[in-house]
Design a protein around this ligand. Structure first.
Ligand code: XMP
Length: 317
């Protein structure tokens, strides 16, 4: 029988054996998976684990600061690296979702490579990859059909010479949460909604500009904060906002406006492989929509996504 305690014991023993006293660099995202992977590795190899949290310029509002704060009391060695410029430059004019993912993956690799060189003698790159990331990236409808490449860092380039270690690769999200709880990670961190590695890049349909990122950050912030305020956050598996590549006509005073449309999405799920849209209260949606339209300049219409997966994936890209 699988239990979190047994998994922790086995994995820690395993990591001690394979990694030994070699140095490991781990990309933290602030989310459940990478945090659990970090604490597991820390248990196994202690100070030889170097965690890096990258600001890719595509995070939620206040996320970089909040996440660094959240790791303060966990005993991990965490370095925050602000690489927003690098990512946004790499993404300039790119519209294709998979191309966005590829460029973001490459930029992550470059940042980790730089950091690994500074630390010196690093052998491993650790990632919080979980089972659905592996299957959805490889094939769902048959061999070699990639639905979406969920691996944020796919195959490493030859020159890096780093080996990859992914201790959660065989687990589903609910199991990762149970393992995290076994490891004493705070329920607040373990209860965080999943957030994709490419971040807001795949929630901005079409090309990405700093202006679009900041509009979406404001919208997302209002939506997520309202979910918390209305005590709905924990009833939802994942939520977020998409910035659509359409403009719609509006009226403000006696002026005609022609501005952006955002879609809100909230789903229930256990593993992200299937998902149902959440029947959020109309009063809540009304409140959030008013706030967004009144407070976020450049948005004049809010819609709510009532599609389930399959066929409609959670992210729009
Ligand atoms: P989809 O959109 O495929 O999403 O229904 C399922 C789950 O995976 C997340 N997702 C990603 N996570 N890199 C990630 O780390 C990605 O490229 C990526 N694409 C989707 C999505 O947020 C949801 O939790």
């Amino acid at each position: 029988d699988w239990t979190p305690a047994k998994f922790v014991d086995m994995t820690v023993a395993d990591l001690k054996k394979t990694v030994g006293n070699q140095k490991v660099v781990l990309g933290l995202s602030g989310g459940v998976d990478s945090s659990v992977a970090a604490v597991l590795l820390h248990k196994a190899i202690g100070k030889n684990l170097y965690c890096i949290f990258v600001n890719n310029g595509l995070l939620r509002k206040f996320e970089f600061e909040d996440v660094l704060e959240q790791y303060k009391d966990m005993g991990l060695n965490v370095k925050g690296v602000d690489a927003a410029e690098r990512f946004l430059t790499a993404l300039k004019d790119i519209k294709d979702p998979e191309e966005k993912r590829k460029r973001i993956g490459n930029a992550f690799i470059e940042v980790f490579d730089d950091e690994a060189h500074q630390i010196k003698d690093v052998t491993y790159l650790a990632q919080g990859t979980i089972y659905p990331d592996v299957i959805e990236s490889v094939s769902v409808n048959g061999p070699s059909v990639t639905i979406k490449s969920h691996h944020n860092v796919g195959g490493l380039p030859e020159y890096m010479k780093l080996k990859v270690v992914e201790p959660l690769k065989m687990l589903f999200k609910d199991e990762v949460r149970r393992v995290g709880s076994e490891l004493g990670i705070s329920p607040l961190l373990l209860g965080r909604h999943p957030f994709p590695g490419p971040g807001l890049a795949i929630r901005i349909l079409d090309d990405i500009t700093p202006e679009k990122v900041s509009i979406l950050q404001e919208v997302d912030y209002i939506f997520i904060k309202a979910l918390r305020d209305w005590d709905l956050y924990d009833k939802v598996w994942q939520a977020g906002a998409m910035l659509l590549p359409v403009h719609s006509v509006g009226v403000m005073g006696d002026e005609r406006t022609y501005e952006k449309v955002v879609a809100l999405r909230a789903v229930e799920s256990t593993d992200g492989m299937t998902a149902d849209w959440v029947d959020l209260p109309y009063k809540f949606l009304q409140n959030v929509s008013n706030k967004i339209i009144n407070q976020v300049k450049g948005v004049n219409r809010v819609v709510y996504d009532i599609s389930s997966k399959p066929p409609s994936t959670i992210e729009w890209e």
